[in-house]
Design a protein. Structure first.
Length: 296
């Protein structure tokens, strides 16, 4: 595709794993001129057949970039290795490589020292969700707000784009925070199915539907915790306080024992509840547990 005959922003993409390839195909489908590089050149061949321009080195890719240089690599160390020797002055770097908040902050400083503008991103999607807005996938971005505004149209092609602040580490922080909550949910799902597994007459599909509906209903608790943390009043809007929840834990543990299920996925959270109640805060909601975690 001739870069001079399209109004779509040219995109340069470094890294063609499963996610990088999905990103590439979404930009090609939307008509964006695309330059790609991958450490293993054979992964670029199918995209070349679909209209992408392939280059032999990251330095060549960066040098020819007329729009954002998007990185979707293995880890933060790979970013430094890949861009080593590339001329970054005046370039717009968009780093979609999974990293920690501290790594993103250091990488932003590293890019600025080399004359580049920098955005960090946290992808809240799996490859099959890319280029399919109906799936609800999106990407957190943080760093240079002007850079985000300049390239927002192109960045919104693969998935929704949500800017979460000028601190370059905030995209990674939001990413990890949401994934941490997801991990806790998965722990609860695993425990629930373990409780049901000995029962031969339980329809697993029906139980799964009940569980999904219940988790969806209970997810509204996030708003209550946020309101309590914002106001500093941890009793605000409480319907089931910590004392009630802690008392119910004995039934949870007894049932787990009866069903032959190891309770260790639940007991750390139960211990936080017990400690907070013992400190005299049984009338609170969950927000006080945040303070316990922060003081650990």
């Amino acid at each position: 595709m001739d870069l001079h005959t399209t109004s779509k922003t040219p995109v340069t993409l470094l890294g063609l794993g499963d996610m990088g390839t999905a990103l590439a195909r979404s930009w090609l489908a939307a008509g964006h001129p695309l330059t790609v590089w991958n450490r293993t050149p054979r992964k670029a061949a199918p995209l070349a057949a679909e209209g992408a321009r392939t280059v032999a080195t990251p330095a060549e890719a960066v040098a020819s970039a007329q729009g954002p240089v998007v990185l979707c690599l293995l880890d933060d160390a790979s970013v430094g290795e890949t861009l080593d020797g590339a001329g970054l002055s005046g370039k717009d770097l968009v780093n979609l490589t999974t990293s920690t908040p501290a790594e993103a902050q250091r990488r932003a400083h590293w890019a600025e020292e080399r004359g580049a503008r920098f955005l960090d991103g946290g992808i809240m999607a799996v490859p099959p969700m890319i280029g399919r807005p109906e799936t609800g996938g999106y990407v957190f971005y943080s760093g240079d707000p002007d850079l985000f505004a300049r390239h927002r149209a192109a960045l919104e092609v693969p998935a929704g784009a949500t800017f979460v602040g000028e601190d370059p580490g905030h995209a990674a922080l939001h990413d990890i925070a949401l994934l941490s909550a997801m991990t806790g949910m998965f722990a609860g799902i695993t425990h629930a199915f373990a409780l049901m597994s000995p029962e031969k007459d339980v329809d697993r599909a029906r139980f799964a539907a009940l569980l999904a509906g219940w988790l969806g209903a209970m997810s509204t608790a996030t708003h209550g915790v946020a309101a309590q943390l914002e106001s500093g009043d941890y009793t605000e809007g409480v319907t089931s306080n910590l004392a009630m929840m802690a008392a119910a834990n004995d039934s949870f543990l007894a049932t787990a024992g009866d069903q032959g299920v190891d309770p260790r996925l639940l007991t750390p959270f139960m211990e936080l509840m017990r400690r907070r109640v013992a400190q005299g805060h049984g009338d609170e909601g969950l927000a006080g547990l945040v303070d316990l975690l922060r003081s650990a």
